[in-house]
Design a protein around this ligand. Structure first.
Ligand SMILES: [Zn+2]
Ligand SMILES: [Zn+2]
Length: 529
């Protein structure tokens, strides 16, 4: 790829924004404001993947602005959603609210006006921490203000056509019998237990009955009530199979991404948008899914949900942005153990951006620089920050538990890693220290080690295990490399990779003594066998 073929900053985000613009031009819609949307869950604890939708949509907004268009991110919380199950770690008392709208359930922690707002706020705080700007909209207000009334009316008038299409596209036959609209039962206040079976267009009302329903793994009792619900009053909501379409048109949304899990819903909504509402559906992209590393001890000991709040105890906001902007497709396991490499990778990108690392592959260089700019929300700093290896800090904070900041700083100065103390360094020591305290070690990295090096590592391991400390460990390591005909600098590099997961590090002899000879010996042995 030559320089002039680069789209925007050369990342997937630019490519996506470019496609969006081209599509809008071909449709011939007004382009004075290109709105992008991201849904925020209001029912479960938001993990970093749910944050990802909004962060990436914001990236697309930035790319559109970079191309000279005005854009805005709508962050939409579906707080009319009914509670399906009580999240892990939440009080059992919530069980009585299963099937009710999350915006009417009291906040079990008493800090927000409802359970739904509590959950949305966790997400919004996460976005604020990352510097993501958005317009917040909630389902509750959207329906109560009647913003979707026209769309609900049109959808219900065409419900039999839609029901057939849903069956055709997804195999779900339910909406051939019932309307894709859930009134809130005026008797028991539940949603999803109601079944609406007739629409009266001139009154804008649906007839419904309230009956037992299966929600997730729970059977929720209906109350048997039969009633009429006015669609203009916000006492109900559209089924997800048609609701996005209604919102896209009402809010004039031009881009929304989706995860694989809701692919069927998106297909149907696109059709409803195009054919029923006569609003060309927004441009889409399918995002990668983040999976919790379920079986791994790190996630388990802290509960399974990797939230941004927990992440920021160990990593910088930029490490989250890097995680989310790096790539877009596939499925990825995600856990706190990914933090050290992301912290290192950010430093690497910064070095590329400021020209300290050069590539032969210009396209790759452009893309890396572009990624760095997005991680800085297209407002990169004028100068690079002070770089220290996060893995080195984890090792050091593991050694020094008391007076940590002073002692780690002093060691870093001794090692020549930094010149003097600085607030950024202190902050990094705190983060790495939290990581060291909660997880101990950095995960071992995969290395290909040849037989000669294995032999040398074995010899070094014996030296380190000896009762007496060698007089000059630095020299001993040097001699082991020499006698095995390994260039010392290659041997040192292997040691840094094993101990720090990095190609560089402080002077190796004293560093090994700081970490502890026997501990390092054990680590080396695990690579030899
Ligand atoms: Zn709260
Ligand atoms: Zn009821």
């Amino acid at each position: 790829m030559s320089e002039q073929n680069v789209i925007g900053k050369g990342t997937w985000i630019d490519k996506l924004a470019f496609e969006l613009i081209e599509r809008e031009k071909s449709i011939g819609r007004k382009m004075d404001l290109l709105r992008v949307e991201s849904g925020l869950g209001a029912s479960g604890v938001p993990h970093i993947g749910s944050l990802g939708d909004a962060v990436r949509a914001f990236g697309v907004k930035l790319a559109l602005e970079n191309f000279g268009y005005k854009s805005e991110l709508i962050a939409y919380s579906d707080d009319l959603d009914g509670l399906r199950k009580v999240p892990e770690g939440f009080p059992d008392s919530l069980n009585e609210h299963i099937g009710k709208r999350v915006s009417t359930i009291p906040d079990p922690f008493d800090c927000h006006d409802s359970y739904g707002m509590h959950m949305s706020s966790l997400l919004l705080e996460g976005l604020d921490d990352l510097g993501i700007e958005y317009e917040f909209r909630r389902a509750k207000d959207t329906y109560e203000k009647g913003i979707l009334t026209d769309q609900i009316h049109t959808i219900l008038e065409n419900s039999s056509k839609i029901g057939e299409k849903i069956a055709e596209l997804s195999g779900q036959e339910k909406f051939q019998k019932v309307l894709p609209y859930f009134p809130v039962c005026e008797n028991c206040d539940k949603l999803y237990t109601t079944e609406s079976y007739e629409y009266i267009p001139n009154e804008k009302k649906v007839k419904y009955r309230c009956k037992d329903a299966t929600i997730g793994s729970n059977v929720v009792k209906g109350c048997g009530h039969e009633g009429m619900s006015d669609i203009t009053k916000g006492h109900g909501k559209l089924a997800w199979k048609v609701e996005f379409a209604a919102r896209w048109q009402a809010f004039d949304i031009r881009f929304e991404a989706y995860g694989k899990d809701i692919m069927d819903s998106v297909k149907i909504n696109d059709w409803v948008s195009d054919e029923i509402l006569n609003y060309p559906h927004p441009h889409h992209v399918k995002y990668e899914m983040f999976l919790d590393k379920g079986g791994k001890k790190i996630s388990k000991s802290l509960g399974n949900v990797v939230t941004s709040q927990k992440w920021l105890k160990y990593g910088t906001p930029k490490s989250i942005l890097l995680l989310l902007y790096k790539r877009i497709t596939g499925a990825r396991e995600l856990g706190f153990e990914d933090i050290p490499s992301l912290m290192e990778e950010y430093n690497e990108l910064e070095n590329i951006y400021f020209g300290k690392i050069k590539f032969d592959n210009k396209a790759k260089e452009t893309k890396s620089k572009g990624l760095y700019e997005y991680v800085n929300l297209l407002n990169p700093p004028k100068n690079p920050s002070i770089h220290v290896s996060y893995r080195l800090l984890i090792e050091l904070t593991n050694i020094f538990k008391d007076d940590r900041n002073e002692r780690v700083t002093k060691k870093m100065i001794d090692y020549g890693a930094i010149k003097e103390e600085a607030p950024e360094i202190k902050e990094l020591i705190t983060l790495a220290g939290n990581y060291a305290d909660d997880f101990g070690e950095v995960e071992k990295i995969e290395l290909q080690i040849d037989e000669v090096t294995k032999k040398a590592l074995g010899e070094l391991s014996q030296v380190l295990k000896a009762d007496n400390e060698p007089d000059d460990l630095q020299n001993a390591i040097y001699q082991i490399a020499k006698s095995n005909e390994i260039p010392p600098k290659d041997f040192f590099k292997t040691l840094y990779q094993i101990i720090l997961g990095s190609n560089r590090g402080p002077k190796i002899g004293p560093f090994i003594l700081d970490i502890g000879r026997k501990k390092v010996a054990n680590t080396l042995s695990s690579y030899v066998n």
